[in-house]
Design a protein around this ligand. Structure first.
Ligand SMILES: [Zn+2]
Length: 202
């Protein structure tokens, strides 16, 4: 989702958020993605509104090149600061979307699995910005656990997206009529909370 300040907050692609591999593997080698614990058949959800701009069916045996992703889906989201923003979901057991299909954030797009170059079932999740893989933790909130201290030590550097309190439960509140002094008080409060505020003249 796009926050009112224009920043991106992606939705976790699984209901459970346990990271089993971070930006680097525990041996320090590059991963450039995160892996999330998921048994075969775990529902995988779109991280944001978007369009399926690439997908792949695994040939059932190749574990190198693009086939290392196994059954996989990539979504293209709205541009961010003029750059293309995409997310990719790998090692799926089943893909439920078609090329060019539009999806909404939270839509079921497939089921996790262990296809491609995969040792044990999990979801491989990438964020691609301007054509380069970025640390997904920059685009997600801090609501996650790690499988071990070693994994936690290899998350890379990142700053989680802070979910603004006003957007956690967005409501419309209509108050009135009120005095000019009260209007000023409410406007100040709205400003402090960073919520949109409109005043209608009677
Ligand atoms: Zn991975």
């Amino acid at each position: 989702m796009r926050l009112s300040n224009g920043e991106v907050l992606l939705r976790w692609p699984l209901a459970q958020h346990i990271i089993t591999a971070g930006w680097t593997y525990t041996d320090g080698s590059a991963h450039n993605a995160i892996d999330l614990r998921a048994a075969v058949g775990t529902p995988v959800y779109a991280a944001e509104d978007g369009t399926v701009d690439w997908l792949q069916a695994w040939d059932g045996h190749t574990k190198t090149g693009m086939q290392s992703y196994g059954n996989a889906v990539r979504l293209r989201h709205a541009a961010y600061n003029g750059g293309t923003l995409q997310t990719r979901y790998g090692h799926l057991s089943k893909v439920l979307v078609a090329y060019c299909q539009a999806v909404r954030e939270g839509d079921l797009i497939g089921y996790s699995g262990e296809t491609g170059n995969c040792f044990g079932a999990h979801l491989h999740f990438e964020v691609i910005y301007k054509g380069t893989r970025r640390n997904p933790l920059y685009w997600l909130d801090a609501d996650f656990e790690t499988a071990s201290a070693a994994v936690r030590a290899h998350l890379g550097s990142y700053v989680s997206v802070a979910r603004p309190a006003a957007e956690a439960a967005l409501q419309t509140l209509t108050i009135g009529p009120m005095t000019a002094g009260d209007v000023a008080t409410f406007r100040n409060l709205a400003q402090q909370l960073a919520v949109p505020c409109t005043a209608a003249q009677a």
